[in-house]
Design a protein around this ligand. Structure first.
Ligand SMILES: [Zn+2]
Length: 108
């Protein structure tokens, strides 16, 4: 049974395409919960920087720069996920969508 057609008609589902990425309706974007920051990119950057420390002087300098950017990004992302995200998520939980005018209201 296709349960997605009703959601799609109401505009409340993500439509996953076979091409690149996910296209979302404006409605879904407006009501989407805040996302936590993904740490994989900064972790990968830090790891690559670390591996560059084994190379020549140029590689070591580049590696140190990558590690500095990676660690800084990691610190920022962890801090966001720990301190900012719970506040945003709490606010999202307390928000309501008006189906008449489409506005989102915050009502704790
Ligand atoms: Zn309204």
């Amino acid at each position: 049974m296709d349960t997605g057609s009703l959601d799609a008609a109401l505009g409340i589902s993500d439509s996953v395409t076979t091409t690149v990425g996910i296209s979302r309706s404006i409605f879904v974007q407006k009501m989407a919960p805040p996302e936590k920051r993904n740490l994989s990119a900064v972790l990968l950057l830090t790891l690559i920087g670390f591996l560059c420390l084994r190379g020549s002087t140029g590689f070591i300098l580049g590696g140190l720069a990558m590690m500095a950017v990676g660690v800084y990004g990691l610190y920022n992302s962890i801090r966001f996920n720990r301190e900012t995200w719970p506040r945003l998520y709490r606010r999202w939980l307390d928000s309501w969508l008006c189906h008449k005018c489409g506005n989102v209201y915050h009502h704790p």
